[in-house]
Design a binder for this molecule. Structure first.
Ligand SMILES: *Cc1c(COP(=O)(O)O)cnc(C)c1O
Length: 349
């Protein structure tokens, strides 16, 4: 793969915005270069200075945790930002396309739609596995990015290593593996394969296992050259100072995250065992994530019943291959107990 030949030509030549903090990176001094308010902030805490545009401290900690060079890490305002930037970087509106494998995360198609980029769909197999030959056959020379989600949302299963490897080997564009739920899965991240596949981008997030969805912090891992291009087209200060500071705090407390993961997996098992014993539950997809896709007899009715009792799940019953299914996030033991109680009462009603 030749990275430069994949990138939209006008972006290869683009001269990026040079921020005050790009032009002078020292930390000490009297800073009169960024039109900040030198007196302070209207808040108790001080937020008057622009944050580090490249989040060096956060990236150093992530680099250590993931065993990767900091120059191969991009941080975004949620994973949604790298998804959007990757499409902008590689796809010419009105001409190029991305390829997705429904049922999957909705943002790939929305982002492509916003940019007037085409969307090719290769539906997963009935068991939610990936057919690499089908994907490779559907991709054409104008297909620039293939988005694979593993563990997949909303189904919860992992896509097989062999099928992803086959796509990476044979597709001459970018392959994004979205690992938003990787911390709940018993498998290795694709980060380890970055040196083998220059066309691979791995996405992870602080929104799920780390429990920091409100802060909006997503990670993209890729070759140094590719990450360099994302940096070139990103908004200069895309990660705010509070998020950077709290990410540093979280990364110093990795055991908290591990504990969450252990609890969530335990609760997932318990919930699955209990749900499958209910007479109207037809099937539960084995999950490697923090949710269960549950096929039930009357999804709409059940959804309304639960919502009336203030238990909100996701109705996926109209999604292709997910007919009849509700997606249920694993809650705390108390949440799950309340859910199961309501469901048992539904049986009796
Ligand atoms: C939740 C989720 C994300 C995370 O998105 P953020 O913007 O980082 O909150 C990414 N991909 C998938 C498949 C998800 O389900």
């Amino acid at each position: 793969m030749n990275l430069e030949s994949l990138i939209r030509p006008h972006l290869l030549a683009l001269k990026p915005y040079s921020s005050a903090r790009d032009e002078y990176t020292g930390k000490e001094g009297i800073f009169l270069d960024a039109n900040e308010n030198s007196f302070g902030s209207a808040t108790h805490q001080l937020y008057n200075r622009y944050p580090d545009p490249y989040q060096h401290e956060v990236k150093a900690l992530i680099a250590k945790l993931k065993g990767i060079d900091p120059s191969c890490i991009f941080l975004g305002n949620g994973s949604d930002e790298p998804i959007d930037l990757l499409i902008r970087l590689f796809c010419e509106p009105g001409t190029d396309s991305i390829l997705i494998t429904p049922p999957t995360y909705g943002m790939y198609a929305v982002s492509a739609g916003i940019h007037r980029v085409g969307i090719k769909e290769v539906v997963l197999e009935p068991d939610f596995s990936l057919s690499a030959p089908n994907v490779l056959n559907a991709a054409d020379p104008l297909t620039k990015i293939i988005f694979l989600c593993s563990p997949n949302n909303p189904t919860g299963n992992l896509l097989s290593k062999e099928s992803i490897r086959q796509v990476l080997h044979n597709f001459h564009g970018i392959v994004v593996v979205d690992e938003a739920y990787i911390d709940f899965a018993e498998t290795q991240s694709w980060i380890h394969a970055l040196s083998e596949f220059p066309n691979l981008v791995v996405l992870q997030t602080f929104s799920k296992a780390w429990g920091m969805a409100a802060l909006r912090l997503g990670m993209a891992f890729g070759s140094r050259a590719l990450i360099g291009f994302l940096n070139k087209i990103k908004p200069p200060y895309n990660i705010n100072a509070v998020t950077q500071q709290l990410a540093i705090e979280a990364l110093g407390n990795h055991t908290a995250m591990n504990t969450f993961v252990k609890q969530i997996i335990e609760e997932r098992k318990h919930l699955e065992e209990q749900l499958i014993s209910l007479p109207f539950v037809l099937k539960i997809v084995p999950s490697e994530a923090n949710f269960l896709l549950v096929k039930v007899k009357e999804p709409k009715l059940l959804y309304r019943y639960l919502a009336n009792g203030h238990i909100i799940v996701r109705d996926r019953s109209l999604v292709q291959l997910c007919e009849g299914c509700l997606r249920i996030t694993v809650g705390t033991p108390a949440d799950n107990k309340a859910l199961l109680k309501a469901l048992r009462e539904f049986t009796e009603s």
